[in-house]
Ligand binder design. Structure first.
Ligand code: 5GP
Length: 144
């Protein structure tokens, strides 16, 4: 049996402002911030505000509203970090690789010949995350 949504998961705390993050963007529907354990330079998370554990229990309306934002972040990240490509990932339940149980999407800039680092390991320096958030903010603004 699948567990229910836990209101005290770490992304719910970030959404409530109880835990800081390196924020890139926020609107009524979603927040975008840097992953603290990036698998590549510029690894970014797109988090819908509506509570769901993952894709499996998400509202279809939430999913259709979030895809255009994911696309914008992917385009901006490719430009901001001079990436050669973008890997888009999303994990569901522990067996599916999920470690934080609030729906989120990974946008990971990729560079020719550079392997992905491990998932959810190795904290980045706060200064690097802050600088990357600023770069991505500027690239998003340039899309307008
Ligand atoms: P999942 O396996 O659930 O898809 O991935 C969760 C992601 O959240 C991982 O890539 C991990 O590095 C990231 N993460 C875990 N805790 C925090 C946190 O407190 N802040 C931020 N910004 N990212 C986190």
């Amino acid at each position: 049996m699948t567990a229910s949504y836990d209101v005290d998961n770490i992304f719910a705390k970030i959404l409530r402002g109880e835990i800081p993050c390196h924020k890139v963007f926020e609107d009524d529907n979603a927040i975008v911030f840097m992953d603290v354990m990036p698998q590549s330079t510029g690894h970014t998370l797109i988090v819908p505000k509506a509570p769901s554990r993952n894709l499996l229990d998400a509202d279809a309306g939430v999913l259709s509203a979030i895809i255009p934002l994911i696309q914008r972040v992917a385009i901006a990240a490719k430009s901001a970090f001079g990436a050669d490509g973008i890997t888009f990932m999303q994990f569901n339940e522990g067996a599916g690789g999920q470690t934080v149980f609030h729906l989120h999407f990974h946008v990971i800039p990729r560079f020719e010949g550079e392997a992905l680092k491990s998932h959810g390991r190795g904290m980045e320096e706060p200064g690097v995350l802050a600088a990357n958030a600023e770069k991505l903010k500027a690239a998003l603004a340039a899309l307008d």
